[in-house]
Design a protein around this ligand. Sequence first.
Ligand SMILES: [Zn+2]
Ligand SMILES: [Zn+2]
Length: 221
Amino acid sequence: MKVATTVKLYESNFHPEYVEGRTVLQCRNCMNPETRICKECNAQFPIEADDIGFYEKFNVPAPVRCPECRSRRRHAWRNERVLYRRNCDLCGKSTVTIYSPNKPFKVYCPPCWWSDKWNGSDYARDFDFSKPFFPQWQELQLAVPRIALLTKNSVNSDYTNHSNNNKNCYLSMGTFDSENIMYSTNVLKPSKDCMDCYLMSFEAGAELSYECVDSLRIYNC
Ligand SMILES: [Zn+2]
Ligand SMILES: [Zn+2]
């Protein structure tokens, strides 16, 4: 039992520690509360006791970047509202997309991406355990087609992203089940005739509203 525990500790990069005659999952060297220097921006950031419990639960090492740099890296994956023109890599027609023309990805316009003209399972492949993970992941990223804009079931709403079931919406992101919405973000419940609004509530929509923030059930505001 003691041997198995020790092997697990080494595999997870935690330094085993001998306490009262037994090995425990604890590392006094690198998993104590401390202040670290971010390797990206050199800012100081704390590793709290609660953080260590979380890292041990998921068996991962403590971070080497500050929370802001980690957040920046996560958000680099999500371009919500910078739009470009480029040609669909399936039908060849010009389309609006979050991918600039110089990006190496295969980008399909929404009608092509949702169509039966291609089959996602054609891109399935086995993982090669003799090679590192990230190069294989990059190959997959470059091969699998991406949807130009994440939209579904919308009418006359070509300049929307992360949005579904809309009609006559323009430059509105994260907008759902709504009609005649312009220049707004996170219109989360069915809304109508709104402009320059942000974060219309999770609970109910809005109507005839202008420059409203974090609002619900509003009319003519
Ligand atoms: Zn940083
Ligand atoms: Zn297309």
